[in-house]
Design a protein around this ligand. Structure first.
Ligand code: FES
Length: 169
């Protein structure tokens, strides 16, 4: 026979031994330790986040535009994903922004009219970006264009250059 006393509800399979139950003090200690543990984990998470580098991933401003032979002389090629025109004239290459200087609409090359036109408010530009008419306050900017060591065109959209600077190939 066991001499452990139990208190139980009649018919209940649960029985708590008398003298081994959870006291109010033990219960409050457990709750306090649990709350402190959660608060500690939270502060560790916040500290980790604070010291982690806050990196913003943006698309590269430099891109390769392929071999110069892809572009015939007297051509304007719209690179939609970069929103840039690669213009090849007898004097060389230049890269012109396709973003209108009025309110930022994407312009369109109109080969029949030999001009770049903005569909929003009607500004028009020559293939070299010079404004013909419309509300655009400035010509389309030119981006730096150069050749890589392996002979590909590379455009840097972060570098605005003078319209007179062309890449001779
Ligand atoms: S955004 Fe191009 S003319 Fe207004």
């Amino acid at each position: 026979m066991s001499d452990t006393k139990t208190s139980s509800v009649a018919g209940s399979p649960l029985a708590i031994p008398v003298g081994q139950g959870v006291t109010r003090r033990d219960f409050l200690n457990e709750i306090t330790m649990g709350a402190l543990g959660i608060a500690g984990l939270g502060s560790v998470a916040v500290t980790y986040q604070y010291f982690s580098p806050n990196v913003l991933f943006e698309p590269s401003t430099t891109f390769r535009a392929g071999n110069p032979d892809l572009y015939p002389v007297h051509s304007v090629t719209f690179l939609q994903d970069q929103q840039v025109y690669i213009v090849r004239m007898p004097e060389g290459f230049y890269a012109v922004s396709a973003v209108c200087t009025h309110l930022g609409c994407i312009t369109q090359w109109k080969p029949d009219a030999d001009m770049i036109a903005c569909p929003c408010h009607g500004s028009t530009f020559r293939p070299d970006g010079v404004k013909i008419e419309g509300p655009a306050p400035r010509p389309l900017p030119h981006f730096a264009i150069s050749l890589t060591a392996d002979g590909e065109l590379v455009v840097d959209k972060l570098q605005i250059i003078k319209a007179s600077q062309v890449l001779k190939v």
